[in-house]
Design a protein around this ligand. Sequence first.
Ligand code: FES
Ligand code: FE2
Length: 378
Amino acid sequence: MSQARPASSQPGPGRPPNFAESKNRRQKVRAAGLDPNYWYPVEHSKKLARGAVMEVKFWGRSVALYRGDDGVLRAVENRCAHRQLKLSVGHVSGCNVVCPYHGWEYDGEGQLAHVPHDLFGKKMPNIKLGHHPVDERYGLIWIFFGDPARSGERSIPRIPELEGPDAWGSVLADFVWRAHHSMIIDNVSDFTHAYLHRKFRPFEDATLTKLETVDDRVHVSYDTKVGRGRISGLFVDRRKVNTNAMDLCYEYPYQWSNTDDKIKNYCFVLPIDEQTTRAFFLFYFKGFKVPVLPLALPRWAMNPLLKVAKRTLVAPLLEEDGVAVEAEQEGYNEHWQAPIAELNPAVHAFQALTIRKWEEYLATQSERELVKLGARGA
Ligand code: FES
Ligand SMILES: [Fe+2]
């Protein structure tokens, strides 16, 4: 006989339904996870020095990420098999990570490699923790949180514009927002929120001209006035760049935009838990002009300029989105039963893709795992 759960575990104000309990598309998408069988950026490469260890999280799962003395990154399940301490509070020794309590030491594949105390006549336990493939590209550390055997099936997004001696100018900004990842995906490709950015004016008067879902991608195009703010207008050469239209794509689980093949952007989301997401925004530009003059800015001058732009323009603009999505999450937690009032069909398409991909992932999981993921009643 099934038992009623205590009232506090039921959905209610402050506790929206989980995926199994969700009744409509919005409730489903706000409870959906992201398929771990993709590469996700977790940190800037330069934030993890040789011999350092840190914790990173994916959908509540904790991972100890460390860089061995050889400079190679490794990622293992973040618990010592002895008493379950987080290994991320330990330290690195050579190519291993060491638990701070009794000094048990694990290699990059999670194999217990050394126990520095008396074994009481027993054999050294054969213990293997989970581990994850790690890679570095475009200044970011990427982890494949899914089945390690499948990591070769998928690749980190390739950005040829950022490779080689002729690499474009680029700027990377990231934020941790108290919001579900789908709220960020809804935000970045939905240009009805020009109102929020009326000070910086990154896009205005948008008209949706294309919406098409192909496999795991939602393609969107807008006729819109791009970068009409005072400062961005100074550096973008409107005679050479068509700033009256933009293509965007939710290429699961990533999002990108493209303005006339000259201004591009990726947004990578890392779903930390049900209501916390780290978002990495990578903007790259083919060229700028010298303000006022009809001259191209030399390539070498772009990145120093973008460093300033990050502080004065890019981060303040994206922080507006952060304030909005965090407020949306708070509102959703209270009013998840309110009727759906969404006008942009593109948003429906993003949500449908996220839900479909999550359902496909869940279909591969065991019953026990499904209960943990909130995709089955306990
Ligand atoms: S708890 Fe980690 S070594 Fe004992
Ligand atoms: Fe925005």
